[in-house]
Design a binder for this molecule. Structure first.
Ligand code: ADQ
Length: 725
């Protein structure tokens, strides 16, 4: 096909060329013919035939071959040549290859001799081998071109497929999570597909859990077993600012026990109950001094003592500089990056250092051995690890940072960043909630101090002392304490409706927080207001109960924030409230565990809108309290918990519209879908409970201890000799 095409092109081209050659030779040929000089003509033809494409030239006078170039075959008669030239495919095959034949008549204008011989014609034989060469080249070119074209088409197709696949995957994920995307809520026709996918995933998860067997279940007994087997009953000391039990004076002058609203306490207390030991913390209650022994210790929990609480006393000035000042006006906003500027005062820093020194001394006094396991908690005590390490080099120090760790640029604002980093690097293991926070920490170390960082092992070494930096996502107890005593969800609902005068068929939304600007309470209320504006059918039915435990109220930022929230709820109530109906019920007070459980079990929706949160335990508590598998969780993507709790409706709290739509969607969600999501969330919280969190950290600690002991033995006694005698 290609050959025929190229041959046709070239035949036309060659004929035209032949005519040109014949024209060029015309006059000389006529002259030579007139003088009948065949020899001259042969020479003329040979010269012309040196052109690579003209193979041979012959002159036919009548039917005789009068003259010819040397390559023109003598055997080719004029009659044959003329006949061939008249064909559609004017080719003859000679021993040297195929040639193309063209004929060109000679017309003499003036000469009578020529007039007498009108049948004179020039026969040209054209070499065709160059056509074959070109044809071959053309074929190669076309093949290469088609291959390149195919390659480009394949790349484009892969690219398009990749984009569509990603889009599809993102869409499927959003579908499964029930996220409200830019295109609005999930179309109704996709709901059955999402349900099918979710139930299939659930089956797969169940199969996976069954296959994993006992690895899945973390209980206090298992944690105790681990401590016994891997740490061989080693001494455990916890150090934190916040104490797990606060003794306050009651109106009769006696002591009343209170549990503080604190994520840290919620997480560590069950671990301490499981492993006993000593907890060192600031004694902040008004009756705390009245209940301790001579060594400032009291056994807790008060009704069933399981471990010892050792209290540290701080003067109001110390509390101001260390706790309110450096920790909560400096480090807290520094690490949360939540539109409140950190304040760093030299005097606060000096107090922070001095108080950290006091906590470290308390650890040294409480330690009965030279290698205790010390669990240092949070940003109030960043200098304690290095201070303890200095005096007890054999101790295993596990530090857990409960809040986010920012990027190096943000952390660089702190004037004492080096001291904080070196303080933390006194730890054997330093834990954060997420990998992202670990990465930020390693980058901060890299930026501000001289250290060797082994990224692949997540280890930082300063002056040959190593710290292992790892993520340990924190959680809550599972099962929850006193689960058996809980009232049924319908009773809880009835009680909450009665207590707060809610409409009988109220859809109850719930927020539970410390009254802190990082928890996104303003954004949440704005979303509630927008939802009522956008979906007026819910006015009169939807009620949002916000519980906010007062915290750090002596700080200006906190007071201003708390007033702003109160003003906002008054505004929403005056806009949408009518008669007894108030869309926002604001409870700015501490609630005990039983009261919170009642609210969680009564609420149709729990809304967590943190602007930045290390983990957030409220969302996990809500899920743990819903053994009826009902209720919807709306969760901020900026809480560490969003990385585990995929079946929540995940939102960006800064996006009022999106949050409002998600709350509306939760209010309308079918009971079946609620169950699907809640079952899955409950599996996550059950499997990744606080005993697993502590267990992972402590078994890592056990490994490091073993390694340190072996190294110490080798250092003292050299390597053991093997084999031989
Ligand atoms: P917190 O900032 O205190 O914790 P969070 O994890 O939500 O935040 O825990 C709050 C705890 O306080 C919960 O156990 C909750 O039940 C309780 N609580 C809240 N409001 C209450 C109220 N009104 N009355 C009684 N109790 C109330 C920090 C970090 C978090 C991290 C935890 C644990 O900021 O990101 O999840 O430590 O590491």
């Amino acid at each position: 096909m290609i050959d025929k095409l190229t041959l046709r092109w070239f035949t036309r081209d060659i004929s035209a060329r032949g005519a040109l050659v014949a024209n060029a030779l015309h006059d000389s040929t006529i002259d030579a013919l007139a003088s009948r000089d065949a020899h001259r003509l042969a020479l003329l033809f040979d010269r012309t035939a040196q052109d690579e494409r003209v193979f041979g030239i012959g002159l036919c006078s009548s039917d005789d071959l009068f003259a010819r170039s040397s390559a023109f075959p003598a055997a080719l008669s004029c009659a044959d040549a003329r006949q061939t030239a008249g064909k559609e495919n004017p080719r003859v095959t000679l021993p040297g290859g195929a040639v193309l034949v063209t004929r060109h008549s000679l017309v003499a204008a003036e000469t009578s001799v020529i007039e007498a011989e009108p049948a004179s014609e020039m026969i040209l034989l054209h070499d065709l081998s160059f056509i074959e060469r070109r044809s071959l080249d053309t074929r190669r070119y076309l093949i290469a071109f088609l291959a390149a074209l195919g390659f480009v088409v394949a790349i484009i197709s892969m690219f398009v497929a990749q984009i569509s696949w990603r889009g599809w995957i993102a869409g499927a994920r959003a579908l499964l999570r029930g996220e409200v995307g830019p295109a609005g809520p999930m179309p109704a026709e996709l709901a059955p597909l999402a349900d099918d996918l979710r139930s299939r995933l659930r089956q797969l998860e169940d199969e996976y859990r069954r296959a994993r067997g006992p690895e899945a279940g973390w209980t206090p007994e298992r944690l105790r077993g681990l401590l016994h087997a891997e740490l061989r009953g080693d001494e455990i000391i916890v150090v934190s600012n916040r104490e797990p039990y606060i003794h306050d004076l009651d109106q009769h002058g006696g002591a009343r026990v209170r549990r503080p609203a604190s994520g840290l306490v919620t997480a560590i207390e069950p671990v301490m109950r499981a492993c006993s030991g000593t907890w060192i913390a600031h004694g902040s209650g008004t009756a705390d001094r009245d209940v301790v022994d001579l060594h400032d210790r009291v056994a807790v929990p008060p009704d069933q003592p399981m471990y010892s609480l050792r209290r540290i006393w701080l003067t109001p000035e110390e509390e101001q500089g260390y706790y309110y000042g450096f920790a909560n006006e400096g480090l807290w906003p520094l690490c949360h990056v939540a539109h409140v500027r950190p304040v760093f005062r030299e005097s606060d820093w000096q107090t922070y250092r001095a108080v950290n020194q006091r906590f470290a001394e308390a650890v040294l006094r409480e330690a009965r051995t030279d290698d205790p396991v010390v669990l240092v908690q949070d940003y109030h005590l960043a200098l304690v690890p290095a201070l303890v390490r200095e005096k007890l080099p054999q101790a295993t120090i596990l530090t857990f940072w409960h809040i986010p760790w920012p990027n190096p640029e943000s952390f660089g604002i702190c004037p004492w960043r080096r001291e904080i980093l070196l303080g933390l690097l006194g730890s054997t293991i330093l834990g954060f909630h997420t990998k992202f926070h670990c990465k930020n920490f390693l980058e901060t170390v890299d930026r501000f101090i001289e250290a060797r960082i082994e990224h692949e092992h997540s280890v930082v070494a300063v002056a040959e002392r190593e710290t292992f930096v790892e993520s340990y996502p924190i959680s809550i107890e599972w099962p929850q304490p006193l689960e058996g005593d809980w009232a049924s969800p319908s009773d809880c609902r009835r009680l909450v409706i009665e207590r707060h005068g809610l409409p009988e068929h109220a859809i109850i939304g719930l927020g539970v927080d410390r009254f802190d600007y990082t928890k996104g309470i303003v954004e949440r209320l704005n979303a509630v207001e927008r939802m009522l504006e956008k979906y007026p059918s819910l006015i009169g039915r939807f009620v949002f109960v916000q519980v906010a435990s007062p915290t750090r109220s002596s700080l200006d930022e906190y007071r201003a924030f708390q007033q702003q929230v109160e003003r906002l709820s008054v505004r929403i109530n005056s806009r949408f409230g009518a008669g007894r109906y108030q869309p926002v019920v604001f409870l700015a007070e501490h609630h005990d565990h039983a009261q919170l459980i009642e609210l969680y079990r009564a609420a149709d929706i729990c809304v967590v809108t943190s602007l930045h949160d290390g983990m957030n335990l409220v969302c996990k508590e809500y899920v743990a309290s819903r053994d009826d598998e009902q209720g919807v969780l709306v969760l901020s993507r900026f809480a560490g918990a969003a990385r585990e709790m995929h079946e929540a409706l995940i939102i960006n709290p800064y996006h009022v519209e999106e949050t409002a739509d998600a709350i509306y969607r939760a209010a309308r969600m079918s009971s079946g879908e609620q169950r699907e999501r809640m079952i899955s969330l409950r599996h996550t919280v059950r499997d990744f409970n606080v005993f697993r969190w502590a267990g992972r950290m402590l078994s890592d600690a056990a490994r490091w201890r073993l390694r340190a002991r072996v190294e110490e033995r080798v250092r003292k006694h050299g390597l053991p000799e093997f084999g031989g005698r």
